[in-house]
Design a protein around this ligand. Structure first.
Ligand SMILES: O=C(O)C1=C[C@@H](OP(=O)(O)O)[C@@H](O)[C@H](O)C1
Ligand SMILES: C=C(OP(=O)(O)O)C(=O)O
Length: 456
């Protein structure tokens, strides 16, 4: 079989976003009439990057149908390719790019460097794979990636007997000295800073000699649905993860089956589009909404009605209808008291929505999003207040008071969800200029094209 390079010249992780970016930034389009839009979205980042790792560790070739093609998934492909995994693009039925055939290496080989970019999934999922490779693998990433916590991965691998050189600050860069085998066994880690510490160990665990008996010992565990997603993707490949008690996962050693998988659309990337219906009025429909899913974005169907939306489900179509405008002239968007600890990934877009509500909101349980692509609590408060907002940082969340907003610069901090939050504000407020809309290429290279079509 011919294994071609994934990064063929025509592939551009920033895609259509380049076409609308100018030197001054991207002027977020204002919504001038109620929406009536149907939107189709590319594959889920979280599912694609799990399936890439599992396909590379599987007992034969797997095909991923309708995978995500974006900066984060390209970084994952390049990381796995650097260790010897084969990739071949094959024509598929998806609207957003080819399918991908993944052929595991006969033997994973290190002696390489992996660029994690700003991708949490790459920096937290790949070190355990590198420990299964023969030879040293150095991990590094974007400047801000060096600030994201890695202690659960670093201390976890050391606890499993892996030789790892690090800066002792619990961050990138570091080098994993793989020997081609990991003993595995019982391990305790603190995953309070990120559920990805748990997922990253579980994904490789069936390949450890004694499997893994992992216990989380910290105070809180954020983003639980993402751990469920890891367990489900392993189960689909014949690996049972036992959960004898909350915060403990047991994986027996054994093969990871090669299977062909169909990727679901990214429901967290549906958030800005669905939120747009509440801000602009009218309705937005997402097609391809799965019947059952572990994606946390599915919670939008329950979260958006809390803000006053009406949600309708018809087969694989999910439609969000705007609330009735308030008699006094407001949009009718209600304030909320939300604990988003399970769904921190949705927080930036929901905070943007709350900033346009008629009533105050408090969103908590999201202290861990200070460790996402940027300190999202500080970034949201700074950017909204810069446009006249009244947002106060809490230790683990934000308090948002209604305030009239004005136009001005909106910094994205290289964070795709900060960029899309600026676009949401710009629907209602003229002259919001997002400095780095291309950061949406992390998970949705088509963002600006889809956004402009939403408003067309
Ligand atoms: O495993 C994953 O795919 C993810 C887990 C979550 O991370 P945290 O637990 O760090 O919030 C989520 O926020 C991130 O966007 C994706
Ligand atoms: C936190 C996020 O990403 P990452 O996978 O880099 O952690 C996110 O996409 O909101």
């Amino acid at each position: 079989m011919q294994i071609s390079r994934y990064s063929e010249p025509e592939f551009d992780p920033y895609g259509d976003n380049k076409t609308t970016e100018t030197d001054a930034g991207w002027r977020a389009p204002l919504a001038t009439s109620p929406l009536s839009a149907v939107v189709s979205l590319p594959g889920s980042k979280s599912l694609t990057n799990r399936e890439l790792v599992l396909a590379a560790l599987a007992d034969g070739p797997s095909t991923l149908h309708a995978p995500l093609w974006s900066r984060d998934s390209e970084l994952m492909v390049e990381a796995l390719r650097a260790l010897g995994t084969g990739f071949e693009r094959v024509p598929g039925r998806g609207e957003f790019g080819d399918d991908l055939r993944v052929t595991p290496a006969d033997e994973l080989l290190g002696s390489t460097t992996i660029d994690c970019g700003l991708a949490g999934t790459v920096m937290r999922f790949m070190p355990a794979v590198a420990a299964l490779a023969l030879g040293p693998t150095t991990f590094d990433g974007d400047e801000y990636a060096r600030k994201r916590p890695m202690s659960g991965v670093i201390e976890g691998l050391k606890g499993l007997g892996v030789d790892l050189d690090d800066d002792r600050r619990g961050t990138l860069p570091f080098t994993v000295h793989g020997t081609g085998r990991v003993a595995g066994g019982a391990l305790e880690i603190d995953a309070s800073a990120s559920s990805q510490f748990v997922s990253g160990l579980l994904l490789s665990a069936p390949r450890f000699e004694q499997g893994l008996d992992l216990r989380h010992v910290g105070e809180r565990l954020p983003s639980l649905p993402h751990i469920e997603m890891t367990i489900e993707t392993l189960a689909a490949r014949g690996v049972a993860v036992e959960t004898p008690e909350t915060g403990r996962w047991v994986v027996a050693p054994g093969p990871i089956r090669a299977i062909d998988v169909e990727l679901e659309p990214d429901l967290s990337n549906a958030a800005p589009f669905l939120v747009a219906a509440l801000v602009a009025g009218g309705s937005v429909t997402i097609v391809g909404w799965p019947g059952a899913t572990t994606q946390v974005g599915a919670q939008l169907a329950e979260l958006l009605p809390r803000f006053g939306a009406r949600v309708e489900r018809d087969g694989d179509r999910l439609t969000v209808h705007a609330p009735t405008p308030a008699p006094g002239g407001g949009r009718g968007i209600r304030g909320v008291e939300l604990d988003l600890s399970e769904a921190g990934e949705l927080a930036p877009n929901l905070v943007a929505l709350a900033a346009l509500a008629d009533e105050p909101s408090t969103i908590t349980g999201i202290g861990h999003i200070r460790h996402h692509e940027t300190d999202r609590l500080a970034a949201l408060a700074t950017e909204l207040n810069g446009l006249g907002g009244r947002v106060a940082e809490l230790p683990d969340g934000l308090r948002i008071e209604p305030a009239p907003l004005h136009g001005g610069p909106w910094r994205a901090y290289a964070d795709h969800r900060m960029a899309t939050s600026g676009a949401i504000i710009g629907l209602a407020v003229p002259d919001v200029i997002v400095d780095d809309i291309a950061s949406t290429g992390k998970t949705l290279p088509q963002f600006t094209a889809l956004w402009e079509r939403l408003l067309a």
